[in-house]
Design a protein around this ligand. Structure first.
Ligand code: ADP
Length: 235
């Protein structure tokens, strides 16, 4: 059994069916890419898995336990942590204070991934622990967002568009950070619009369209899939 097993997941907002029977599994130690056009259900999938939204149906099994419908803080305590497109930090507090708070709300019974100073160095914020989070430039806020998620000691990290708004060199630095995580035993699920980024760091992709999974496989397999070309790349 995979670390995360999703079966027949459904989420409807009134008449809008955002997830329509999604099956998906994710392993620790792998980077799984989740792609699809705008409105295909990617963010809703993360919100439901991480407990920010309750599913309308289906099953989510995490490390052998059913977690569908549990509140977000209980899911995070079990090591399943998501990041947001906006770094969810306390802007008036320092970087170190934000990290401390994130670690206090993190997984129970899991050893820290690394010491706070090493964590900052790992995401490229060495020596910036005393800076006020809200005063940092956008690229550093993104790094902080990842540092905060890692401070919560995730086993599986759900990254929602971590490269949005970053320039090319920031994006490749981010890719380096992300690709360093599976070697530390973490699983990563990554949503991004940047197909180059996804294809370069994920060995397996899942493609959503209108709330259903339309393809799954290696980047090469997925990019050559006729349905994917039709609906995702507009070919
Ligand atoms: P993606 O992340 O792939 O762009 P989303 O998960 O954001 O897609 O959205 C999937 C569908 O669900 C879209 O049709 C969107 O309009 C709808 N949706 C998402 N969140 C809500 C919400 N809170 N209320 C109503 N509809 C929503």
């Amino acid at each position: 059994m995979s670390a995360l097993e999703i079966r027949g997941l459904r989420k409807a907002f009134g008449g809008v069916v955002a997830l329509d029977g999604v099956d998906l599994s994710a392993e620790l130690g792998e980077i799984l890419g989740i792609v699809g056009p705008n409105g295909s259900g990617k963010t809703t999938l993360f919100n439901v898995v991480a407990g920010a939204l309750k599913p309308s149906g289906g099953r989510i099994t995490w490390l052998g336990q059913e977690i569908a419908g549990l509140p977000a803080h209980r899911i995070a305590r079990q090591g399943l942590v998501r990041t947001y497109q906006q770094a969810m930090s306390f802007p008036d507090l320092s970087v170190n204070e934000n990290i401390k708070i994130a670690s206090e709300h993190g997984a129970e019974g899991v050893a820290p991934l690394m010491a706070p100073d090493d964590l900052l160095a790992f995401v490229g914020l060495a020596g910036r622990g005393d800076e006020i989070a809200g005063s940092m430039p956008f690229g550093n806020l993104r790094r902080l967002g990842i540092a905060l998620a890692l401070a919560a000691r995730p086993k599986l990290l759900l990254l929602d568009e971590p490269a949005a708004g970053l320039n090319d060199s920031e994006t490749s630095q981010l890719a380096e950070i992300i690709t360093g995580l599976p070697g530390r035993g973490l699983g990563i699920c990554l949503i991004d619009h940047d197909m180059n980024l996804i294809a370069s760091i994920c060995r397996r992709l899942v493609v959503l369209d209108f709330g259903t999974k339309i393809a799954e496989g290696t980047p090469a397999e997925v990019l050559n899939d006729r349905r994917v070309m039709e609906v995702y790349l507009g070919a």
